[in-house]
Design a protein around this ligand. Structure first.
Ligand code: HEM
Length: 436
């Protein structure tokens, strides 16, 4: 489909073959840069930097340092800690209210988890925490600004003063606060490194990693702030919202929930603590996460569009001119009945080869289900996201039986913000099992 938004030409593909061409074509490796993204410093972060030397260097730093498998593995104790804290919080809310609203527990755990990986610091969320509230509010404001539709992005003749959502003013307020917060943390790290012989270990945080870079990889302070802030920004809600969708489907499908629990108990026993290595032995758990990504792809239009840098002829005969915004409608692909049998049915066994299904790699190899995008700009945080969601779902299901709240039924209506969220946050009854 081709159309324009003001003076911006756009195409959207809902067909896996063409979608693959778009996502993997070198001339689609840029992203359109909205005014808010530019003003929020994202032009120097991985997600919006143009696909030149600087962006390639950032991607290299991301794959060899920040998201290297050994670093993801070394951060497992942090994931476990945040999950244990969340389980205690859920238990307390159950004791006081008889049901639990899961989202704020997940968001707290996700915030601390990404804070731990990126800044090496966590907030105490068992009580009101002013610093954590300030950070959450800054992330929320950044999301609102990036997600807001702004006519001046598409109508170049609009006077600069036309800014009904006050994007410019709000960005100008937010940026110095972000800069101060992140620069202070970088300074703390610098001070603690001064004169110390400390070697960077695999469990070092992202600030340590960026400070340790030498030569052409060394980033300026402003670029470090942009890269680190983007990580906090992208890593906070994505994992929390996906876990909430998984749990909502498990509450609605008790037989899937029991089968998953049986798998977890068979690998770990009901009293051991599940770890990343156990999760790798749980094909049904992985199928449940994949099925949730299919039914509720977090970025239904893959959230972050692409921009053509040259005229491109696609295999379906369409010529996409340079300067066109290209999107992939992943939601339409994952709900297409010519691709998926009973697409509206939540059925994890469709991914279980042992039960007649077909296992699919969701990390960009097959455009039938590519919730993390594909090609050169595929999500660099995909393995971290998957490992976190899988571990947390396993522990939530091992620790509690999840049931409906009769007065507050599960509603799967969706609302599209920067991610696809449950419109009505999940409420459930979490009954503790006798386990660790
Ligand atoms: C459930 C979890 C997540 C989902 C569904 C998701 C999804 C996506 C998608 C669809 C894209 C665009 C890919 C494309 O254009 O082909 C993307 C890009 C990106 N994601 Fe994620 N993401 C997740 C978690 C994370 C995490 C945890 C981080 C980092 C902490 C992260 C960092 C990024 C970055 C930096 C980019 C931009 C890459 C570039 O433009 O080169 N994501 N993500």
């Amino acid at each position: 489909m081709a159309f324009s938004i003001g003076s911006t030409p756009a195409v959207v593909s809902s067909e896996p073959g063409v979608a693959k061409e778009i996502l993997t074509h070198p001339n689609f490796a840029d992203r359109p840069l909205k005014r808010s993204a530019r003003e929020l410093m994202f032009a120097r972060a991985i997600g919006f930097a143009p696909s030149g030397t600087y962006w390639r260097m950032l991607r290299r730093i991301a794959s060899t340092h920040l998201f290297a498998p050994r670093r993801i593995a070394a951060h497992e104790p942090g994931r476990q800690f945040d999950c244990s804290t969340m389980l205690s919080g859920i238990e307390s809310e159950m004791a006081s209210s008889g049901s639990v609203k899961l989202r704020h527990h997940l968001q707290g755990a996700a915030l601390n988890n990404i804070m731990g990986s990126v800044f090496g610091k966590r907030y105490n969320l068992s009580e009101e925490n002013a610093d954590a509230e300030v950070l959450k509010q800054m992330v929320r404001e950044g999301f609102a600004l990036l997600g807001a539709f702004n006519w001046s992005d598409h109508l170049s003749w609009l006077p600069k003063m036309f800014d009904p959502s006050r994007v410019e003013k709000r960005c100008a307020d937010l940026v110095p606060r972000v800069r101060k917060l992140v620069s202070d943390i970088i300074d703390e790290h610098r001070k603690s490194l001064e004169g110390s012989e400390r070697q960077l270990g695999d469990n070092g945080d992202f600030v340590d990693v960026l400070l340790s870079l030498e030569g052409e990889e060394k980033l300026s302070e402003d670029d470090m702030v942009a890269v680190l802030w983007e990580m906090i920004f992208r890593g906070t809600d994505t994992t929390a919202l996906l876990t909430e969708w998984v749990m909502a489907e498990l509450v609605l499908h008790p037989t899937v929930q029991s089968k998953l629990r049986a798998e977890i108990d068979s690998v770990v026993s009901s009293t051991g603590t599940v770890n990343d290595a156990d999760v790798a032995q749980m094909p049904y758990l992985q199928a449940v996460v994949k099925e949730t990504l299919r039914v509720h792809p977090p970025g239904p239009l893959l959230s972050w569009a692409r921009l053509s840098t040259d005229d491109i002829q696609l295999s379906n005969g369409m010529v996409v001119p340079a300067g066109t915004t290209a999107m992939v409608n992943m939601w339409a692909i994952t709900h297409d009945s010519s691709i998926w049998t009973n697409p509206d049915k939540f059925d994890p066994t469709r991914f279980m080869a042992s039960e007649g299904g077909v296992d699919i790699d969701v990390r960009g190899g097959d455009l039938k289900l590519a919730p993390f995008g594909a090609g050169r700009r595929v999500c660099p945080g995909k393995n971290l996201g998957l490992v976190t969601v899988s571990l947390w779902v396993a522990r939530l299901v091992q620790r509690f039986e999840w049931g409906l709240v009769e007065s507050d039924p599960v509603d799967l209506s969706e609302v599209l913000k920067l991610s696809l969220e449950m419109k009505k946050p999940l409420a459930a009854v979490a009954t503790a099992r006798n386990c660790a």
